[in-house]
Design a protein around this ligand. Structure first.
Ligand SMILES: *[C@@H]1O[C@H](CO)[C@@H](O)[C@H](O)[C@H]1NC(C)=O
Ligand SMILES: *[C@@H]1O[C@H](CO)[C@@H](O)[C@H](O)[C@H]1NC(C)=O
Ligand SMILES: *[C@@H]1O[C@H](CO)[C@@H](O)[C@H](O)[C@H]1NC(C)=O
Ligand SMILES: *[C@@H]1O[C@H](CO)[C@@H](O)[C@H](O)[C@H]1NC(C)=O
Ligand SMILES: *[C@@H]1O[C@H](CO)[C@@H](O)[C@H](O)[C@H]1NC(C)=O
Length: 627
């Protein structure tokens, strides 16, 4: 019996030894606590042992993801898990080499803690002193969170809240810092991750800068755009005041610009702007005041458009130039388009040569209001330009038309031109006429012809609309009257001089008369250009012409040589009555013009067609052609 027991033990011992020799010991790795989920940062206990063996007889090699991380007598390891890994353990018999065994791999799958996201309302940066800022900590999974708020270099929370928001009611300098948050709770997972960090910048309350598209006084009818510039931050709405800084009378366009598309006298005055954002609205300081001054004096420069019409086909070219009686150097073409921007030709939409702006290929974005502006800010009357992709356009004048003038409107087409030109003409949307020639004429334009015109071809379709405005004689700047007035003044001076000449040079008149014919030819040409009134006795012809120009401007076209001659005869008789035999008369053939518009044309003197009647000492009149 004892022998049998002993033999069993011996057998077992021999088996164990045989096991050692062949490495058959199989260690086991256990994990505690055993849970379906392990969260990042939690601690687990790993235990490694060979069932039935004395723990102290063995050395334990700990391996994570195939890398040894510990090798000692310790068969238990407490591990704080950060990430999912594979663990195993190998045991080595201390007392003789060659006896060893490894556990199977155990995979610890770690679930990340819920994320926390910190957001800031408002989203713009910087914020300004006095603005309200709300931080929000959002954790998507689990519930019953408490929120910890962190700021700056502090390792502990500066605040804790049951709600997920943290509000700074009125931001101040010391609030400028980094912020982040974390959730905590009494259950697993017991915390969230730390949130992202958010920097808060706090600046001084800003003051916007108010600028105008116009430097000087704005010509009535021109567009004026005011800009409220605030280069910091975003989210602003803009508020505009006129005359006073009154909150209740502020207007509020959404954009940072305030457009007066056609300035009138009542638009003149002082303006301010300020910006606001958020609810309740946080306001910036007011800008400095800006004056809008208006003027009705248009400068002597106007914008010439070539081809000279309001409407243009896309892809065509266009030339815009500033031209005037005076020097137009320094004048440049500017425009205002629907994108609410006033810009220079040089800012990308055209190419500048002197005072001319050329656009090589038009597009609909070129539609807008164009004018000329001097360096000092004077601006010419604006011109509407419409660029269309349509196949038909209306050929209408760019500048206002004078009352009483004729007006012809054409309907024009892209190539190839239609064979049948029949087109309909509309005014303010209603059909005015149908013309087989494709053109429509108003013989004498009146104020009632003002309106929006367009034309329509049955195949080529409609043109865009264009406004036609009519200028009445009174509203026209009355250059004619001014020039005539000046002429009379000049005339009066000449009369005085003549009188003086007559008295002092009575004895030398014969000589002067002989010279006068040549003088007339030279000085006549100069006069027409320079406009100066010469004071030589030989230039009496100028006096004669000026008088007629002044006394009967409207009849000028009808003045014929014979009429002039008759008038001279009268004068001659009058002179004869006074006993003078030595007066020189001169005739100038006047340029006949259907509609003289400018005084310059009326008084123009053509030196090559000067006729003069010279009364010699004899009573016979004699006409010398100078040609
Ligand atoms: C506009 O008028 C005001 C008041 O008359 C004057 O002070 C200001 O200088 C003028 N500004 C310009 C640009 O002409
Ligand atoms: C606001 O505008 C009205 C009407 O133009 C005016 O009577 C009133 O005085 C203005 N208020 C202030 C504070 O300027
Ligand atoms: C237009 O040109 C003038 C002078 O060249 C310049 O001062 C101004 O800033 C320009 N404006 C724009 C909108 O480009
Ligand atoms: C230009 O065209 C627009 C739109 O048709 C119109 O409101 C404006 O009065 C026109 N301006 C001029 C100067 O013709
Ligand atoms: C031209 O077109 C008009 C309108 O479509 C039509 O009434 C007219 O008969 C056409 N004329 C010719 C010569 O085809």
């Amino acid at each position: 019996m004892e022998f049998r027991s002993l033999s069993v033990i011996l057998l077992l011992v021999s088996l164990v030894r045989a096991g050692h020799a062949q490495g058959y010991y199989k260690p086991v790795l256990t994990v505690q606590p055993l849970r379906p989920q392990i969260f990042t940062g939690e601690t687990v206990t790993l235990t490694c042992y060979i069932p039935g063996e004395r723990l102290t007889d063995w050395m334990y090699q700990w391996i994570r993801d195939n890398t040894e991380f510990h090798n000692s007598n310790y068969y238990i390891r407490k591990i704080k898990v950060d990430q999912s890994s594979k663990y195993r353990c190998c045991c080595y018999y201390k007392h003789s080499q060659g006896y060893s065994g490894c556990t199977d791999e155990v995979t610890l799958t770690v679930t990340a803690l819920p994320t926390a996201t910190l957001t800031v309302d408002p989203t713009w940066s910087p914020v300004f002193t006095g603005e309200s800022v709300t931080l929000k900590c959002e954790i998507q999974s689990y519930s019953n969170w408490r929120y910890q708020w962190y700021k700056g270099s502090s390792r502990t929370a500066v605040s804790q809240s049951q709600t997920n928001t943290f509000t700074i009611r009125s931001a101040a300098d010391q609030d400028q810092d980094q912020y982040w948050c974390r959730g905590e709770r009494d259950y697993r997972p017991s915390s969230s991750q730390f949130s992202n960090r958010v920097g808060l910048s706090v600046n001084e309350k800003p003051k916007p800068e108010l600028t105008s598209s116009h430097k000087g006084a704005a010509l009535i009818g021109n567009p004026v755009v005011l800009y409220c510039e605030l280069d910091q931050s975003a989210g602003w709405r803009f508020y505009w005041s006129k005359h006073t800084q009154s909150p209740e009378n502020e207007t509020k366009p959404e954009t940072h610009s305030y457009t007066i598309s056609s300035v009138s006298v009542s638009d003149g005055g002082q303006y301010w702007c300020r910006a606001g954002r958020g609810t309740p609205v946080y306001y910036t300081h007011y800008s400095d005041a800006l004056w809008i001054n208006t003027t009705d004096v248009s400068p002597p420069v106007s914008l010439m458009v070539s081809p000279s019409r309001t409407q243009h086909f896309s892809a065509d070219s266009l030339s815009l130039s500033c031209e005037g009686q005076s020097d137009s150097t320094g004048w440049r073409v500017r425009r205002y388009t629907h994108s609410q921007k006033v810009s220079n030709c040089s800012s990308g939409w055209g190419s500048v040569t002197g005072s001319t702006c050329s656009i090589s290929s038009l597009s609909t974005s070129h539609t807008g209001l164009y004018w000329c502006e001097s360096e000092s800010g004077e601006s010419s009357n604006p011109v509407n330009i419409t660029v269309t992709n349509n196949n038909g356009i209306l050929d209408s004048p760019v500048h206002p038309i004078m009352e009483g003038d004729p007006l012809t409107l054409h309907c024009l087409y892209r190539d190839p031109k239609p064979t049948n030109l029949t087109a309909e003409f509309y005014k303010d949307g209603s059909l005015l006429q149908t013309q087989t020639t494709g053109e429509m004429t108003i013989r004498t334009v009146s104020k009632s012809d003002e309106g929006l015109y367009h034309c329509k071809h049955p195949e080529r379709g409609e043109s865009p609309q264009s406004g036609i405005s009519v200028r009445t004689a009174e509203s026209a700047p009355d250059l004619v009257i001014v020039v005539v007035g000046v002429s009379f003044a000049g005339l009066f001076i000449i009369l005085l001089i003549l009188l003086w000449c007559y008295r002092t040079h009575k004895g030398h008149l014969e000589n002067i008369n002989q010279m006068s014919v040549q003088n007339q030819r030279e000085s006549g040409a100069e006069d027409s250009q320079s406009g100066h009134l010469p004071v030589q006795a030989g230039d009496v012809h100028v006096y004669d012409t000026m008088q007629r120009a002044g006394e009967a401007a409207d009849e000028l076209s009808d003045v014929t040589y014979s009429q002039v001659l008759r008038k001279n005869k009268k004068l001659k008789n009058k002179d004869a009555d006074t006993g003078s035999m030595e007066v020189t008369y001169a005739e100038i053939e006047l340029k006949t013009k259907k509609k003289p518009k400018k005084k310059q044309e009326m008084i123009s003197v053509n030196a090559d067609t000067v006729y003069s009647e010279v009364k010699q000492n004899t009573n016979e009149g004699k006409i010398n052609s100078i040609e």
